[in-house]
Write a new protein. Sequence first.
Length: 291
Amino acid sequence: MSMKSPRTLLGTEGLRPRKSMGQHFLADPQVAESIVSRARLKPDDVVLEIGAGLGALTLPLAAQVAQVFAVESDPRIAAILRHELSTAGAGNVTVVAQDILLCNLEAVAESAHGCMKVAGNLPYHISSQVLLHLIRSRKVIRAAFLMFQKEVADRLTAGPGSKAYGRLSVRIQYCARIYPLLSVGAKAFFPPPKVDSQVVGIEFEDPVAFPAADESLFVRIVRAAFGQRRKMLRNALQAGDLGFGDQTVSAVLAAAGIDGRRRAETLSVEEFVRLANAFCEETAHLNYSPQ
C-alpha cells in the first residue's frame, strides 16, 4: 500500500486545501512510515486516526494493525479517502466523516474490546481541544502518537519554571507519560505550514501517580492559576472563577504547604494535585460543588 501525492489527488478532483480547516496534508511517505514504525503497534491493535486526510498515515497503519477508524471531518476529503482505500484494498479501515470533537470515543472503543490506540496529524487550530478530548476519554485509550505544531509539543513536555510550561502541560502530565517520537519539517506537507512539527508519544497512566480527589476541581484550579500567570498564585486563585474567598485561599495554601507568593509556572503537577486536594478538604463542610 503506497500513498499518492496530495497535490495530484486534490488536483484530479479540482480541490484545494481549506485554510479554514487548517489542512496541511502529509506528503512524504518516508515520514509516514517512520511514524508508524516508532509507534509500538501490535497486529491486534485497533487504532483511531484523527485527521486522516488523504490516507498518508492511514495506509501504513492499516498494514500494521487489525482495524483503523479513520476520522476525517471534511466530506470532500473523506470521499477521496474512501476511494483510495478501496483501490488499495485496505478493507480493515472504516472512514468516519465527523468532527473528532463531536466523536463519541467510548462508542468507538466498543469495537476495540474497550480500549484502542490513537494516531493523527492534528489540525493545528484545534490540537489543544483534541488533546483535552482525549484526556477526558483516556479510560478507553491505551496510548496515542500525535503530530503537533512544534510549539505545542514543547508545551506538552515542558517542566515547571519553563516559559512553555502551562495549563496544557499540567493537564497531560497529570495522567500520562509524554515523549518525543519524531521531528517533521514543514516541507513534508502540502501545502507546507509556516512552522515545523513534532510527533509526540503519549502513554496514559491508570492509576495516575498523584490522583486528585476531585479531578474537575483540579482542572478548575489549574485553569485559574494560569489564567493570570504573571500574578502571584494567591492573587490568581482569588481572581479566578473558583468562588473562594481570601481567607479560604490563604488557609488552603497553608494546608498544602505552598507559598502563595509563587507563580503558577513554578508548581509541579504533584503540587497542583496537593493544592486541589487541600481545597477539597477545606471546603467539604461548605458543600461546595464545582461548576
